[in-house]
Write a protein that binds this ligand. Structure first.
Ligand code: SF4
Length: 77
């Protein structure tokens, strides 16, 4: 089954898909080739957290705001 991706536009929010340790498939989406618009992030099947024993973590997990190991994804500005 192909991986399904969702568009996450709140790139400054602390959620798992903006964190370095989230291992789901994701890519940056630019509008008109210039402005960063969103992260296209895997949601089905869910990605996992490589900092937490590879546990399943939703791309939009709001618990990331309180996660002690959160680290902003290096590809984000
Ligand atoms: S659980 Fe924490 S360390 Fe893991 S991906 Fe989410 S925010 Fe990052």
């Amino acid at each position: 089954m192909a991986v399904q991706k969702a568009s996450w536009t709140k790139i400054n929010d602390k959620v798992c898909c903006t964190c370095e340790y989230w291992n789901g498939e994701r890519e940056l989406q630019f509008l008109a080739g210039t402005r960063l618009n969103a992260i296209l992030a895997q949601y089905n099947p869910q990605g996992r957290c490589s900092a937490k024993m590879n546990c399943l973590m939703s791309y939009s997990n709001p618990g990331a705001a309180y996660c002690p190991t959160y680290k902003r994804w290096h590809k984000l500005p």
